[in-house]
Design a protein around this ligand. Sequence first.
Ligand code: UT7
Length: 360
Amino acid sequence: MTTRATIRGWGKCVPPVKLTNAHLEVLVDTSSEWIIERTGIEERGISHVETTDLAEVASHRALAAAGLEPTDIDMLIVATVTPEITCPSNACFLQERLGMVNAAAFDLNAACSGWVYGSATASSMIQAGVAEKVLLVGAEKLHWVMDYWDRNTCILFGDGAGAVVFEASDAGDGVLSTDLGADGRAGKTMVFPTLGTRGELTNQRDPAINRLHFEGQNVFKIAVKGMEASVRRALERADIAPDEVALVVPHQANERIIDAATRRLGIERERVMVNIATHGNSAAASIPMALNDAVEMGRISPGDLVVQTAFGGGVTWGSTVMRWGDRVTPLGHSDIELPPTDKTVFELLSGNREFFAPIH
Ligand code: UT7
């Protein structure tokens, strides 16, 4: 009998204020047609609250779906590249917020691959008997590091959070295999040096440095090849062929990257979950939000083979293959909501525009 980690609850939190392509046409020299054609994105959430607030809402929803109380969880992992501060971790902030007093708590940074690294970690902790019930959260407030004068980067990213509850199962469901990898030599293709000790103690935040930078086309190529190869390795380890997969839930970076990677795998569009049009790229939060939508849309059935795959800064990549359990409807619902805001998206981005203006 093999014990595996299976998903029993899911939830997401999307900020109510949207940055549409029409808004971006006002901010930078771009067009909605260009953005949709090159990325598939129509709008993204811009958060009026902190990363922990987004994480808290997604967590309550996932716990309710699993029919669990916060005190039932013995490990809390937050995958994020936009923690509020370095220490305490976002996971500890969230643990306090949720009253999750029986849980170990830590953050995990593998950029956009953070969710898959987190899934592999949760699965391993459960298989090793270190934990029985793990809450994994992906949460990002990416707009904070984005330069909204730079059309090359600012059109892609959105804020949000997603969460799942992993529980031990002996019923044959759960994470069957994982593949994780990294190549630090290609790290300079995606960089945002926002939090860290590099440099002089007295350095001010410099807008020329503290912004996301990436080499779009290089990242594109690394992503397509990296995700394809990673999925193949994970499938091989589980002795599963691509045509047995019911649904691929990829990191939502760019619709063209998703199409190219899954086409190479011979997995047609009907078996791929894509929600980038309304969420943008939300790094470690993108897969759990897409997974949440897939379950709610009825795209996952009991016993289905579901693949998660991602690539991201580092560079990093990873995939998991899992057999879904018997539950595809939530046991309960949480009525928690984010606090309302009357701010417009331009008001939410005004500080950012002011900070980066001098370098444009
Ligand atoms: O965590 C980081 C994750 N990073 C990513 O996921 C990025 C992966 N890369 C991509 O998604 C794509 O490379 C982009 C969407 C960023 C760019 O698409 P592309 O098809 O690779 O465009 P390109 O970089 O080849 O640029 C083509 C043209 C350029 O103009 P010139 O040099 O041909 O005159 C760009 O300046 O499009 C221009 N361009 C834009 N035009 C209108 C770049 N951004 C925009 C824009 N609106 N927003």
